[in-house]
Design a protein around this ligand. Structure first.
Ligand SMILES: C[S@@+](CC[C@H](N)C(=O)[O-])C[C@H]1O[C@@H](n2cnc3c(N)ncnc32)[C@H](O)[C@@H]1O
Length: 329
């Protein structure tokens, strides 16, 4: 096993400033990880306490030590973030929800632990489960999904040009037992010039498999809707995404909430009775500074979006109009 290294919280100053400005109440750190963002908030604001959620037991252990100095101001719960509403009912019944933070993806130390099987850089078993109690591992995805399903997965997650080639290469090389064998299979499936481009050719394939194993793309929309529903007026939702598909989902849901999921034709005045549920706190996504990216290259793909909950009552989003018809984003 490689040694555990510290995870540097990404855009920590921006996250802290956004959440510390929210009204008094509980902040839900829906992706607690090593607790870096939570610790920064608890240090900066004594008007807030934190309930931190993670599905990975080793994250809970890491965060437990990091947040111990804050005593009862930090509670830690093993849960998936699509169970956020139930966690709030159990841990903070009736308390104003001042903020919800999602810092998506995996921590540096999850990637760096060879035994977890997340990284193409270290030899390890094909695992990639954030919660080792979940039944689906990368081994099943790689070795038993039909090639067409693998190709669709890779295409959805950014490897569109060579998705079929890679999927067929994987099918032909089965059984594939280790991370490094998978990385080599992906590399070998690509035409020569594509092997030499920027970054490791297996990076996006590993990311796509991790997303499938942990059902990340399925859980995120439900969790974001729950977060918007439970926030008190003035409460803030902050989301950092590291992947274009994830960021698109976040952008679309926030854009829908900013119109109250208005169903009127674009460009016409709203007559459907929708009321904006949030106001967006930035135009577009905020990016990390060049200095932060130089100090922490893993911050390079970060996209931060934030919104503040308004007084309007929650109403169920109309699925067909997630982005809202007013075209505000
Ligand atoms: C990028 S890390 C968060 C790092 C954290 N902000 C910090 O400062 O240390 C993302 C964390 O979210 C957790 N996670 C990802 N998806 C999750 C889900 N659906 N439910 C619960 N935890 C999740 C991962 O296990 C990981 O620990």
């Amino acid at each position: 096993m490689t040694s555990r290294r510290h995870h540097l919280p990404v855009m920590a100053a921006e996250v802290t400033a956004l959440l510390a400005a929210a009204p008094q109440g509980v902040v839900i750190d829906a992706t607690l990880g090593g607790g870096g963002h939570s610790a920064a908030l608890l240090e900066a604001s004594n008007r807030h306490r934190v309930v931190g959620i993670d599905r990975d037991p080793s994250a809970l252990q890491e965060a437990g030590s990091r947040l111990a100095p804050f005593g009862a101001r930090a509670r830690i719960v093993k849960a998936r973030f699509d169970e956020l509403a139930a966690v709030i009912s159990a841990e903070a019944p009736g308390e104003p929800v001042a903020g919800v933070l999602f810092d998506l993806g995996v921590s540096s130390w999850q990637l760096d632990e060879a035994d977890r099987g997340f990284s193409y850089r270290f030899e390890g078993p094909l695992d990639m489960r954030m919660d080792p109690d979940e039944p689906l591992s990368a081994f099943e995805v790689v070795n038993s999904w039909p090639a067409e399903e693998l190709a669709a997965l890779f295409a959805r997650n950014g490897e569109s040009r060579f998705a079929r080639r890679i999927a067929r290469g994987i099918e032909a090389a089965r059984p594939i037992e280790t991370t490094t064998a998978l990385a080599e299979t992906v590399r070998a499936a690509l035409p020569g010039p594509a092997r030499r481009g920027g970054g490791h050719p297996a990076k996006r394939v590993f990311q796509a498999i991790r997303i499938a194993v942990n059902e990340e793309d399925r859980q995120l929309p439900a969790a974001l809707h729950d977060a918007l529903r439970v926030l008190s007026p003035g409460g803030r939702l902050v989301v950092i995404a590291y992947h274009s598909g994830e960021d698109r989902a976040v952008k679309s849901i926030l854009a829908g909430a900013a119109t109250g999921w208005c169903t009127c034709p674009p460009g016409l005045p709203c007559v459907c009775g929708a009321e904006p549920l949030v106001s967006l706190l930035n135009r577009g996504a905020r990016l990390p500074s060049a200095g932060e990216v130089a100090a922490n290259p893993r911050a390079a793909s970060a996209r931060l979006r934030a919104a503040e909950r308004l007084q309007a009552a929650w109403r169920e989003p109309s699925g067909r109009n997630e982005g809202g018809s007013h075209g505000r984003s």
